[in-house]
Design a binder for this molecule. Structure first.
Ligand SMILES: CC(C)(COP(=O)(O)OP(=O)(O)OC[C@H]1O[C@@H](n2cnc3c(N)ncnc32)[C@H](O)[C@@H]1O)[C@@H](O)C(=O)NCCC(=O)NCCS
Ligand SMILES: Nc1ncnc2c1ncn2[C@@H]1O[C@H](COP(=O)(O)OP(=O)(O)OP(=O)(O)O)[C@@H](O)[C@H]1O
Length: 208
C-alpha cells in the first residue's frame, strides 16, 4: 500500500454530462480512476454488501431474480420520493465513501481521478479533492444523450436532474471545466491538456 497521500482530482457533472467518457479519457493516459457509480453498482450486485440491508428496509420486491437490486424499480421509487432516496443513500453512501477512500489510497498513478456524480451535493468528497473538474454541457444535451443511451424519457431524466445540483452550482465550484458540448474527440483533447497540468500539479504538491 501507498503511504503517501495521492493527489486527487474530483471529477463530477450532472447525469449524462459525460463523466464516464471523460474518466475513460484519463484512464487512457494511465491514470487510476475511482468511480463511485461503479462502486455503487458493485455494492448492489447479486453478492453486493448492501443487498441484505436493501432487502430488509425496502422489501423483497426491490431485489431482482438474480439477487441484485432491481435498478429500474429503485430508480422509479427514489426519484419520485425524496425520503426513499435519502434512505437508499444512507445505506450506500458510507460504504461508497469508505471503499473509494481505500481505492484512492492504493493508487500508484501520478494522480487519481475520483469520479463522483454527487461531489458538489454531498460534501463528503470535496475536502478529499485537491481540485474539482466539472464536465459540462447544456441540459438539453444531457437529456438527449441519456435518452439515447438508456432509453429514459425527458421527464425521467429531469426528475433525476432535480435531485442534483444545478449547472450553475457545479460551475461555481469548479477549478477546471471540460466543455462536452462538442464531439468525443473534442472531449479527449481537453482531457489530454488537463492531464498534463494535473501531472505537473501533483508533482509540485509532492515536493511542497
Ligand atoms: C437510483 C439508482 C438505483 C438508479 O440506477 P441506474 O442504473 O439507473 O443509474 P446509475 O447507478 O448508473 O447512476 C446514473 C446516474 O444517476 C445519477 N444518480 C445516481 N444516484 C443518484 C442520487 N442519489 N441522487 C442524484 N442523482 C443520482 C448520477 O448522475 C449517476 O451518474 C442508482 O443510481 C443508485 O443506486 N443510486 C444511489 C447511490 C448513489 O447515490 N450513487 C451515486 C454515486 S455516489
Ligand atoms: N461528446 C459527446 N458526443 C456524443 N456522445 C457523447 C459525448 N459525450 C458522452 N456521450 C455519450 O452520452 C452518454 C452519456 O455519457 P456518459 O455515460 O459519459 O455520462 P455520465 O455523466 O457518466 O452519465 P451518468 O451520470 O448517467 O453516469 C453516453 O452514451 C456517451 O457515450
Amino acid at each position: 500500500m501507498n503511504t503517501r497521500r495521492p493527489y486527487i482530482v474530483g471529477l463530477t457533472g450532472g447525469i449524462g454530462s459525460g463523466k464516464s467518457a471523460a474518466a475513460d479519457g484519463f484512464a487512457a493516459h494511465g491514470i487510476t480512476v475511482v468511480d463511485t457509480d461503479v462502486i455503487a453498482h458493485a455494492l448492489t450486485s447479486p453478492d453486493g454488501a448492501a443487498i441484505p440491508t436493501i432487502r430488509r428496509l425496502f422489501g423483497e420486491h426491490m431485489i431482482a431474480a438474480d439477487g441484485s437490486m432491481d435498478r429500474a424499480r429503485m430508480r422509479a421509487l427514489v426519484f419520485s420520493a425524496p425520503e426513499s432516496r435519502r434512505q437508499l443513500e444512507a445505506i450506500l453512501h458510507p460504504m461508497i465513501q469508505a471503499l473509494s477512500a481505500q481505492l484512492c489510497a492504493d493508487a500508484s498513478s501520478p494522480y487519481v481521478i475520483l469520479a463522483v456524480p454527487l461531489l458538489i451535493e454531498s460534501g463528503r468528497y470535496r475536502e478529499r479533492c485537491d481540485r474539482i473538474c466539472v464536465v459540462d454541457c447544456p441540459e438539453a444535451l444531457q437529456i438527449e444523450r441519456v435518452g439515447r443511451r438508456s432509453g429514459l424519457s425527458a421527464s425521467q431524466v429531469q426528475a433525476i436532474m432535480q435531485a442534483q445540483a444545478t449547472r450553475a452550482e457545479r460551475l461555481a465550484a469548479a477549478d477546471d471545466v471540460i466543455d462536452n458540448s462538442g464531439s468525443l474527440d473534442d472531449l479527449r483533447k481537453q482531457v489530454g491538456i488537463l492531464n498534463e497540468g494535473y501531472i505537473s500539479q501533483a508533482l509540485l504538491a509532492r515536493q511542497a
